[in-house]
Write a protein that binds this ligand. Structure first.
Ligand code: URP
Ligand code: ZN
Ligand code: ZN
Length: 483
């Protein structure tokens, strides 16, 4: 058998097993996994290296206008290049609807932006801010048929938030049409109420962002949206989980067989609220919503990701520069309420976890593969094409040198943000060669992919990775009266 590419002598890991084998690739697809294969037209000697499925980053903001009207610093080129240098081979960013926007136009515009710039494959989620009758009955079903099978909704931000009635409407459509709803769960009024009082007292430094975004706001909204999902008897996914109490609520639901999936991000594992407490406006570089919490919550996030309450680890890369375009719209006079929310992390997402979880023995390599890749592929309808190392899968692979030590710095990263919250941290382990559909995108010599070489992934029906109750919620009003 002839191969376009072989990767030989490597240590392979999937989400379930680790073994030594050679991989043969033809036409971008893995066609052989054997103890020993002859060299292909291109041949990589992976002796001493770990060969893993390429990462999937299912929550990142790219070339997107925020709820506050600020444009991301990264476009599809810089974001996908940066992702690839960090071992990621697929991203799923957001086409963002703002109120009054016509969904087909939003998605067409976003797809056009991606098509000629992406260097790795990408899916698209929709951010839904205006669930009109036409959106619910016509536009969402149409998107789902076209492979956009997940929608993010917000319970906070004045200009994005949906009320409980609207959330139920969206859940109903997702269930009927085969999509997954992703929820930003924070109580808007609690945050507004605290923020107003802080500002009235002149407490406007970035560290007060974490005070306004109290863990109670996250816990309350998490609890409420789970109740809505129970009423509708529909699975959902709670994004960027940060707090111990929110984790408790999610864990209790899962223990009862309620399919509540949940995601966390590097900022909740590697930062705490103390990082925001810096002189002047410097702390803005660490502000995201929800914010990094205290050490107890940080530990809870670690445990939940290792044990399984959290199934997905994404970057929530929100590339806003530390200048007027993002973090400091009013210069030094910027208050925590004015600045763009979010932190960058698309390139360091996997190396940080690899170093601090796998190389320390805290997390198995198989769990690392699950939370950085396979669970994303399943949850968002791309498995087994993406997220694994199996015959028939796309040859999306990252070849890691587990001993390589790298000091993270803004200068070495490929995004356009101009800072990293992880400046100066040393990590052990780095993806040296990154392959997308059999093409070497990154190797030690640098980048090899052309803009536009990434492809849109038309996704299928999301596949819950959590075990679920047989026959759903027996008390669901939906099931009893409306199905
Ligand atoms: O602060 C954050 N996470 N900003 C990005 C937008 C979002 O809500 O995910
Ligand atoms: Zn969010
Ligand atoms: Zn986000």
């Amino acid at each position: 058998m002839n191969f376009d590419l072989t990767i030989r002598n490597g240590r392979l890991s999937t989400d379930t097993e680790t073994f030594y084998a050679d991989i043969g690739v033809r036409d971008g697809v893995i066609v052989a996994i054997e103890p020993s294969l002859p060299a292909g037209a291109s041949d990589i000697d992976a002796k001493g290296r770990w060969v893993l499925p390429g990462g999937i980053d299912s929550h990142c903001h790219v070339e997107q206008l925020s709820g506050m009207g600020m444009m991301c610093a990264d476009d599809f080129y810089s974001a996908t290049v940066s992702a690839a240098f960090g071992g990621t081979t697929t991203i799923i960013p957001f086409a963002a609807q703002h109120r009054g926007n016509h969904i087909p136009e939003v998605v067409a515009d976003y797809s056009k932006r991606a098509a000629d710039k992406a260097v790795i494959d990408y899916g698209i989620h929709l951010i839904l801010a205006d669930p009109t009758e036409e959106a619910l009955n016509t536009h969402l079903p149409e998107l789902i048929r076209n492979g956009i099978t997940s929608f993010k909704i917000y319970m906070t931000y004045d200009r994005m938030r949906l009320d409980d009635y609207q959330i139920l409407d969206v859940l109903e459509v997702a269930d009927r049409e085969g999509a997954l709803v992703m929820v930003h769960a924070e109580n808007n009024d609690m945050i507004r109420w605290i923020a107003r009082r802080l500002v009235e007292r002149g407490l406007t430094a970035p560290k007060y962002h974490a005070v306004a975004h109290t863990p109670l706001a996250e816990t309350e909204a998490t609890n409420r949206v789970i109740a809505l999902a129970e009423l509708a008897d529909v699975p959902l996914l709670i994004v960027h989980v940060s707090g111990l109490e929110a984790i408790r609520v999610i864990h209790s639901s899962q223990a009862l067989g309620i399919p509540i999936h949940a995601e966390t991000c590097p900022q909740y594992l590697f930062l705490t609220a103390e990082d925001i407490d810096l002189p002047g406006t410097e702390g803005a570089k660490f502000c995201c919503s929800p914010p990094p919490r205290d050490a107890a919550s940080q530990n809870a996030v670690w445990e939940a990701l290792i044990q399984g309450t959290l199934q997905i680890y994404s970057s929530d890369h929100a590339p806003y520069r530390y200048d007027e375009s993002g973090k400091l719209p009013k210069g030094e006079a910027t208050t925590f309420k004015d600045m763009a929310n979010g932190v960058p992390g698309i390139e360091v997402r996997m190396p940080l976890l690899f170093s601090e979880a796998v190389m320390t023995g805290r997390m198995t390599i198989e769990r690392f593969v699950a939370v950085t890749s396979t669970n994303h592929a399943r949850t968002y309808g791309m498995y087994p094409k993406k997220g694994g190392i199996t015959v028939g899968a796309d040859a999306d692979l990252a070849i890691w040198n587990p001993e390589k030590r790298v000091v993270i710095s803004t200068a070495m990263l490929h995004d356009k943000v101009g800072y990293t919250p992880y400046e100066g941290r040393e990590v052990r382990g780095w993806p040296e060669v990154v392959i997308s559909r059999g093409r070497i995108v990154v190797d030690p010599q640098g980048l090899h992919a052309e803009p536009g070489s990434g492809q849109f992934i038309k996704r299928g029906t999301p596949e819950p990775v959590l075990r679920q109750r047989l026959n759903g919620n027996p008390n669901s009003v939906m099931r009893k009266y409306f199905s």
